[in-house]
Design a protein around this ligand. Sequence first.
Ligand SMILES: C[S@@+](CC[C@H](N)C(=O)[O-])C[C@H]1O[C@@H](n2cnc3c(N)ncnc32)[C@H](O)[C@@H]1O
Length: 691
Amino acid sequence: MSEWGPGNPHPLSKMSTELVWEGKYDEYGNRRQVDTAGCAMPMQRIETIDQPRSEAAARGKQDLLAFEKETTRVDDFRNRLIWGDNKLVMASLLAEFKGKIDLIYIDPPFDVGADFTMDVPIGDENESVGKDQSTLEMVAYRDMWGKGTDSYLHMMFERLALMRQLLSDQGSIFIHVGSEVASCVRMCADDCFGRDNFRNEIVLPGRATKNLQQQFESIARLQIRHDILLWYSNRSSTRFCPFWVVKHDAGNPEGHWHHFWSTADRPTMRYELFGVTPQSGQWVWREERALKAVDNHKRFLSEGGGRTLAQYWRDTGCCLEFIRPSPEDGKPQYWREPAETRLADTMWSGVPIYSADNDYPTEKNEKFLTEVLRLASDEGQLVADFFCGSGTTGTVAERLGRRWIMADLGRFAIHTSRKRLIELQRKLHEEGKAYRAFDVYNLGRYERQWWQKDRLKGADEEHRRVVLEFFKAEVLTNTPSPLIHGRKSGAYCHVDGIDSIFSRAEAKAVAEAVAQAGGKQCYVLAWEFEMDLRLTAAALEKELGVKLMLIQIPREIMEKNRKNPPPFLEMAVLEAEPVYRKKGKETSVDIKIANFVPSLAEVPSSELQALKERAIKSGTDFIDFWAVDFEWEPGKPFNHHWQDYRTRKDRSLKTVSDARYAYQKTGKHTACVKVIDTFGCDTSITVGVAI
Ligand SMILES: C[S@@+](CC[C@H](N)C(=O)[O-])C[C@H]1O[C@@H](n2cnc3c(N)ncnc32)[C@H](O)[C@@H]1O
């Protein structure tokens, strides 16, 4: 091997100060780039959600017209909730959104010892069941930590590089990390955004995580009680709205510091964070004090001379008390100006970081996200979160009038976000406030094709082999029919193509091939099934004496470091029927859920037996959300005309819709029912309606 020297410099000698991880450079010393073009794929819009509008439409033309007249629309932008790996999602968004996103907040998983098992509620009472680690969150988690910090950093760098391309010139990104990975992520982000564009490292005091506590129990180390928020901008100039913090309760040396916004363009905002006293949550003042507040307010209005409240404080040094009407009942509420004020700094101790009561273990507090969004974005701007979890960023963006895009690869995360944003749409509409519609997208078969190309490097045969191996079935080389690919405990196996939907015609062909080969049973393993296939399978069993067992291929097999097979379970059973209501000459329609048996794909094996019995006896206990599209058309996104769901507070669920849908035309129609169970898995069927 040649000596290193001037003519043959050591590769490390060419490096600037930088963090190097395995995978950053290729074997020739070239920096690896993200294959943006290779990852970009068409996204499929699978659902459209404008709950208040659809509800009005369901009641008939008149109501819809009235709705359109009365409802203020901010603009026609439709927000997006995207299900898929964010690397593919971001690469796919570039064509439309390159340089267009104004603020990105991300909160990637960072807990090395993360345990994804969580409790999800079932039924009407306060019962819950364990949800296993088998969701795609685990794919990301293992991909990320497969080779320890190296794979984590490589994953982060690729994502940050894509985010930078999506950010607008004045845009900002906030990266929420645990203190144990903060130093590495900061260097990785320096690398991506440039050290000059680093703005702040913000300390977020919070709770100590259980895992860390356990992990460090035997180590001489302090418990960690804070997270880190890294703020970078895309260029050296960025939007920045400085804010103040105030200390309430001067008598108490600890006090309560609250963030305070003082933008001259939005005068009402300055009160929002002071709406209540922190201890009691109430405004409780004596009358004379309240009256003084009124005087003070008047004084500020007459002497303020267009200054913001903060400028007025600074100039006059005076301490004021103010009055404002309560947003709830219009009665006066009073706000005492705090004893101390200072410009906000990087210690956000007055802001709750984690949400107290929620369905999603890592959910962040809306107040915290409000601070982030106000700090570096304006109304109407586009905000994104590509690790959205329960959808906090989108919820806050919607409240603050920002447009949003969110993505997550967890099915449960998409379900939680969808539900939360529908509820917010309803609420904003009830309050007469403007809201935007949103659509749900996925990458569908394109994601699988990418997996086949990138990971399996093979054709359909390789895909079938991997599926059968995970299913613990024998791969048949000498098969009686090209439609039969394997065998397991006396039954044949058919594996559907990676990019097709298993159809009724295919079901018939497979059943005939099995019958001809003398078989009685066949497992049909497919990524997607055509709607209502269970009915076809039952008919084929009668006709040909062949039982087709419809098994969904779990997406978990796409996991990079996966060795153990994930559960392969039969599709859920869902049956529904129309309910006709007559009033005079008019007939309105609703849908009744007649039967539901969940697939229990995500239940830990320890709980499986007990839950199987319960699922057969009272399957509707496992329904978390269901929706009806009364005018369903094949190939079109599902339109949420009506839906009902359980919340933490209200566990009840209707099993008959109360939309009273008025069809405009007589004749035959098709409704589609979509049920999402407690584990976030969805099942849909069509229901024929005759008017
Ligand atoms: C810490 S949680 C986010 C919590 C969120 N801030 C909230 O308030 O609910 C991280 C999320 O990142 C998602 N995730 C991890 N890797 C991902 C990837 N490669 N693509 C998309 N989402 C991913 C996980 O499914 C998880 O929901």
